[in-house]
Design a protein around this ligand. Structure first.
Ligand code: ARG
Length: 458
C-alpha cells in the first residue's frame, strides 16, 4: 500500500473504513497519464528555477517518463490500496528513483494537482468527443445524400403537417450537432488556464514559474487567482452541460428513428444486426439500441445535476466533496462516446423505405399551406385565404373527397380565384419546389446546404 502523503503528523493509523471511504483511486486512476505529465512539467520548472537541484529534477523527470512508458504499455500496476492516483504515482516514483522523488511535491498540493489533471483530461476528451460528433454528422450526411430525392410528410405536434425533403430533416440534426461542437469548444476555451502553483489555495513563497509550466502543458494562460483555481469546478459543470445538450439532441434523433421504424410509420428499416428480438413474440424486431440511447441520456443529465448539487453549498476554496466531481464527469464522457459510436454504425445501417414513404404523400392535407399561398399570390389576404382553404378542406373531409377531384365549378364556390390550375401544386415535388425562403426545404437550397456541409466536414 502507498504511504500516506500526510501520515507523519498522525499519531495513529487511520481506520480501514476511513481509508476505504476516502479513497478515490478506483476512479481517479484514469487520470494517471495527466498526473504524470503535469508532474514532469512541474519537476522541470523546479529544476530550472533552482528550487531543487538540477540533478534531482532530471532524475524525477527520468523516473516519471519511465512511469509514462509503463502506463502506455500496461505495465503500471494501480495500487487500489492507495488513497489516490497522486499518492500511487509518488510511491512508484520513490521506488524507481529513491529520495529525489520526495522533492517533486515542492510548491504543490493535491488541490491544484487534481484541478490540473481534470482540466487536461477534459481538454483531450473534448477533442475526442468533437471527432466523434463529426463522424456522426458525416454518417447523417451520407444518408441524406443517398436519399436526396426522398420527400417525407413532416409532422408538427406529431400530426401530419407539410412535405419536406428527408435530407432537410436530416440536415436539421447536423445543425444541432454542430452547435454542440461549438459549445464543447467554448467550454474548452474557457477552462484553458493552468491552475498549478495555486498549491493548497493561497499560492507559494517559492519562486516558481507558472507560465513555464503552462507552456509545457499546452495551456493558453495561467489561472489568475489561487483560491478560484482550487475551488471552482464550473468547467466540469460547463462540460457536462454541453454534453447534456448534445445528449438531448441524440435522444430526440433516437426518438424520431424509433417512430420511423414502427409499422405505423414504416419510413425506415434498421438492419437486423442493429436490432434485437423478443423472447416471447417471434415476430418482433425491436429498435433496442435507439431506446437505450434515449434511456442513457437520462443518466447524463443526472451527471450534470449531480455536480451542480455537489457544488451549490460548498464554502469557497478546496473541500473534499470535490473528489466526487469525477465519477459523473467520467460517466457522461463515456456514455456520450458509447452512444456516438453506435449511432454512427446504426446510421450506416438504415434503409429508407422509399415506397412506403411515397405512399403517404397522397394526403392532400399536406398541401393546404401551398393552396393558401397560391391564393395570397393572387392578392387574397392571408386570413381570407386560410378561411377559403379551411372550408374546402373541411368539406372534402366530410364528403370523403380529394381537393384534386373537385370540378372547376366546385372550386369556384370557395373563391373565384381558385382555378383548376391549383391542382398542379397538389403534389409533393411541387410543394417543396414552391419553397424559396432561405433555410426552407427548397431542393435547390437543401442541395446547396448539403454540399456545404460535405465540404466542411470532409
Ligand atoms: N482526491 C482529491 C480530489 O479528487 C484530491 C486530493 C485532495 N485531498 C486533500 N486532502 N486535500 O479532489
Amino acid at each position: 500500500m502507498s504511504k500516506k502523503l500526510w501520515g507523519t503528523r498522525f499519531s495513529k493509523k487511520t481506520n480501514l473504513l476511513t481509508d476505504k471511504f476516502t479513497s478515490s483511486i478506483s476512479f481517479d486512476k484514469r487520470l494517471a497519464k495527466y498526473d504524470v505529465l503535469g508532474s514532469i512539467a512541474h519537476a522541470k520548472m523546479l529544476g530550472k528555477q533552482g528550487i531543487i537541484p538540477k540533478s534531482d529534477s532530471a532524475s524525477i523527470v527520468k523516473g516519471l517518463n519511465s512511469i509514462l512508458q509503463d502506463l502506455k504499455n500496461g505495465k503500471f500496476k494501480i495500487d487500489l490500496g492507495a488513497e489516490d492516483i497522486h499518492s500511487n504515482i509518488q510511491e512508484v516514483l520513490s521506488k524507481k528513483i529513491g529520495k529525489a522523488a520526495f522533492k517533486l511535491h515542492t510548491a504543490r498540493s493535491r488541490n491544484d494537482q487534481i484541478a490540473l489533471d481534470i482540466k487536461m483530461y477534459i481538454k483531450d476528451e473534448i477533442d475526442n468527443l468533437t471527432e466523434f460528433v463529426s463522424e456522426l454528422q458525416k454518417a447523417i450526411l451520407k444518408l441524406a445524400d443517398k436519399n436526396f430525392k426522398v420527400i417525407i410528410p413532416g409532422y408538427t405536434h406529431l400530426q401530419v403537417a407539410q412535405c419536406v425533403l428527408l435530407a432537410h430533416h436530416l440536415l436539421a440534426y447536423v445543425e444541432g450537432l454542430e452547435r454542440d461542437k461549438t459549445r464543447l469548444s467554448d467550454a474548452k476555451d474557457r477552462l484553458d488556464s493552468m491552475p498549478l502553483g495555486a498549491c493548497a489555495f493561497s499560492g507559494t513563497g517559492l519562486a516558481i514559474d507558472r507560465n513555464y509550466v503552462a507552456k509545457e502543458l499546452g495551456f493558453k494562460k495561467v489561472s489568475a487567482n489561487s483560491i478560484d483555481s482550487v475551488s471552482d469546478r464550473d468547467f466540469i459543470i460547463e462540460t457536462l452541460a454541453a454534453l447534456s445538450i448534445l445528449s438531448v439532441h441524440l435522444s430526440r434523433m433516437a426518438e424520431d428513428l424509433i417512430l420511423w421504424s414502427t409499422k405505423e410509420f414504416s419510413f425506415i428499416d434498421i438492419d437486423f444486426s442493429f436490432c434485437t428480438g423478443s423472447s416471447i413474440m417471434p415476430h418482433k424486431k425491436n429498435p433496442d439500441i435507439l431506446e437505450l440511447i434515449r434511456g442513457s441520456v437520462g443518466k447524463i443529465q443526472g451527471d450534470l445535476s449531480s455536480v451542480l448539487i455537489l457544488m451549490k453549498g460548498l464554502p469557497s476554496s478546496y473541500n473534499r466533496d470535490l473528489q466526487l466531481d469525477k465519477p459523473p464527469l467520467f460517466d457522461a464522457v463515456d456514455t456520450v462516446k458509447d452512444i456516438l459510436e453506435i449511432f454512427v454504425a446504426l446510421f450506416e445501417n438504415i434503409v429508407i423505405e422509399k415506397e412506403a414513404v411515397a405512399s403517404r404523400l397522397g394526403d392532400e392535407a399536406l398541401f393546404s399551406v401551398d393552396v393558401v399561398e397560391y391564393l395570397i399570390k393572387k392578392g387574397i389576404s392571408y386570413r381570407e385565404a386560410h378561411d377559403i382553404v379551411g372550408s374546402m378542406v373541411r368539406d372534402c373531409l366530410d364528403k370523403g373527397k380529394k381537393i384534386s377531384s373537385l370540378s372547376a365549378a366546385e372550386l369556384k364556390k370557395y373563391s373565384v380565384k381558385l382555378l383548376p390550375d391549383v391542382k398542379r401544386i397538389l403534389n409533393a415535388w411541387a410543394s417543396v419546389n414552391l419553397k424559396q425562403s432561405f433555410g426552407s426545404t427548397s431542393p435547390k437550397l437543401v442541395q446547396r446546404e448539403l454540399r456545404a456541409w460535405q465540404r466542411k466536414l470532409g
